[in-house]
Ligand binder design. Sequence first.
Ligand code: ADP
Ligand code: GLC
Length: 502
Amino acid sequence: MRIVLASSEAVPFSKTGGLADVASALPKALAHVGHDVFLITPYYPQVIQKNAGGNHLLIEPTGLSVHVPVGPKHVEGRILKSTLPGSRVTVYLIDQPIYFDRSGLYVEHDQDYRDNSERFIFFSRAVMEATRVLGLNPDIVHANDWQTGLVPALFEIEYRGQPGFENTASIFTIHNMAFQGQFWHWDMLLTGLDWKYFNWRQMECYGHLNLLKTGISFADLVTTVSPTYSREIQTPEFGCGLNGALSSRHDDLFGILNGVDTEVWNPATDPHLTKTYSVSSLSDGKAECKAALQKRLGLPERPNVMLIGSISRMTHQKGYQLIEQCSHMLLDQDVQFVFLGSGEPRFEDMLLKMASDHRSKVATTIGYDEALSHQIEAGSDAFLMPSEFEPCGLNQMYSLIYGTVPIVRGVGGLADSVIDASDENLANRSANGFSFREFRSDVLFWNICRARAMYAEKQKWNQLQQTGMKRDWSWKRSAAEYLHLYERAVNKRSQQSQDNTR
Ligand code: ADP
Ligand code: GLC
C-alpha cells in the first residue's frame, strides 16, 4: 500500500508528546513490512536544531513548492525531504518560516500562538497539495489530531476522484479529545471551504469552528489510540462535548493500542543506561541502573527502598492533583520519588517544594530530558500514572518493557495495558502492575501502599516484572491492525464509488 501520514510533530524532528512518537514509529513499522510510507510534517527550524542535539539530520530541498490559499492570501510552502533514521520512510517537511520558524510548536510562554488555526489550516492544505505535486498516489491519507483535522475534509470536498486520488481513502486518528482546535467561526473563511459545511454535523461546534470534529466527520474511518478510549469517548464523561459526533460514527470508529518503538526503548540495547539488561539479567541490571539514578539525582543510594518514577507533562490530565492531595501521606512512607516533566506552574512548584523539603525522598527535574527519561524507566522499581484520562499512554508500556511495575488509574490505554495484581490475576499470571478505577487520592495512596507491600515479597514482584517484560509491546501488532483498517477503508471507498456509478 501507499500511505501518506500527516502529523504536526514527529520524532526526531519535533515532539511535545506521544503523538510525535507514534507519527514516526507507525510509519517505520509499516515500511518494515513492505509498504510505501510518506510522512508529511512541518519544518520547525528552531525546534529541529534543539531536538537533533548532536545528531545530524539530513534535510534537503526537493526544489518543489506548494502554493495554497489561506483565506484571502496565497501562501507558499517549500517542500524539503529527509528520511526517518533507520528506515526507508520518506519524510517531507513543509517549510514556511512565517508559520513555523518559532521556538515552540503550538505554545510560547504558556500562551497558544494566536494564529494556530491559520498555521494548521495552511499545513493541512499543504499536505494535500504536496501529495498531489509529488505524485504520491496514496491508497490512504492518514491524518492525526486537530492540527490535520482539515485534511479529511479537503480530501472529500476538493481532491476526491482527482488525478492521483482515484483510489484514495482517508483515516483520522484521535490522540486526545482534550485538544480540539476550536476557533471562532470567522476562521471558517481561512479554510476556503463553503459555509454550508459549517453545520453541527460537520465543522461547527457550539458556534465555533472545530477542526477535531471536522476530521471525525469527514474521514472514511476514525481511529483512536486504545480500544477502551474508543468506548469512553462516546460518553459525556470522556467525550469532551463531541461524544454525540463520535457515537454517530460508531460503526466507523476503532481503537488500536499504540505500540512501542523497541529500537528506542529496549533495556538490552539502550545507550543511555549504565548497564543494559534483559529478562535474564533483570535484577543485577536494574540494581545498577537504580544506583546510578539515585546518584545522578542526589538521592541516598539505598538498594532496598522502593523508588517510584514519573515522567510526564505536568497537567491535570496526568492526575498530579491526586499526588498533591496525598503528598503528606506519601512523604511519611519510606519510599523515594523521581519526577521529570514540565507543565502547569502549580504542579511544577508543588513537586519542586516536595523535593526541597524532603531531599532524601524526592528528586524533581523540571524540563525535557530524553536521556534522564530512559534512566528513570530503567532505574525505578515502580512507575506512577494516575491519569484522569489517558487515550493510550506510552510510559506505562516503556515501564513494562523495562521491568518497572506501573501503578495506574485504569482508564483508556492504561486499562488496556496494565493488569492489576489481584489474587486472581496473580494466580493466572496475567498481572503486570497495579490498576485502580476511582479517581481519588486515598485510592491512589492505598495502591502505592499495596505496591510497596508486594515489593517486599520479591517472588511476586519478580513475577509482575517478568509478565510485563515478556509480552510483545512492539508496533508489529498495532501496525497489522492499522493495515487491516486501511484495507477496510479502501474497500469501503471502492464500494461507494461502485454504488455511485450504478
Ligand atoms: P502524552 O502524549 O499525553 O504527553 P504519552 O505517554 O503518550 O503522553 O507520551 C509522552 C511522551 O513524552 C513519552 O515518550 C515520554 O517519555 C515523553 N516525555 C514527556 N515528558 C518528558 C520529559 N520531561 N522528558 C523526556 N521525555 C518526556
Ligand atoms: C496523546 C495522549 C496519550 C497518547 C498519545 C499518543 O497525547 O494523551 O495518551 O499515548 O497521544 O497516541
